[in-house]
Ligand binder design. Structure first.
Ligand code: C2G
Length: 129
């Protein structure tokens, strides 16, 4: 059974996220999402989430492509995650292209095209109109 992992905040979940998860799942049979915790988002990504970690986790667990949601608490956990969960393929949107190539020593690394027209920032802007 081929196992895939991907990482993200997934706040204000939208179809761009779903497109990514759908395509990531096509690389195997078991997809793990490492979901950024509220603390990691705030301290490391300067992102204040609209939905809490538990709410974002509940949303992701309801998506048919997602098999397991684990916390992403720091930038350094990826190698350990890949070894612990016996990951075959690491997948991220191509806004991260190249940033995780160091993981190629541990698993396949795939960057998928983002869904260009949608982002949480755009949604928030549109809602303010
Ligand atoms: N994404 C996408 N299309 C969009 C928006 C997002 O394909 N229109 C993808 C991103 O490329 C990413 C995933 O959806 O692979 C989650 O996006 P974010 O929640 O913005 O993830 P990010 O904050 O970039 O966190 O350690 C890695 C980080 O946790 C990634």
């Amino acid at each position: 059974m081929k196992r895939i992992i991907t990482y993200g905040t997934y706040d204000l979940l939208h179809y761009g996220h779903i497109n990514l998860l759908k395509r990531a799942k096509e690389f195997g049979e078991y997809l793990i999402v490492a979901l950024s915790t509220d603390a990691f988002n705030w301290n490391e990504k300067e992102k204040r989430c609209y939905f809490s970690y538990e709410e974002r986790k509940q949303l992701l667990e309801s998506i048919r492509y997602v098999d397991l949601v684990i916390p992403e608490e720091n930038w350094e956990q990826k190698i350990n995650d890949i070894q612990l969960y016996k990951i075959d393929t690491f997948v991220m949107g191509d806004d991260w292209r190249g940033k995780f190539d160091f993981l190629k020593d541990y698993c396949e690394v795939v960057y998928l095209p983002r869904t260009p027209e949608i982002s949480t920032t755009q949604i928030k802007k549109d809602l303010r109109r």
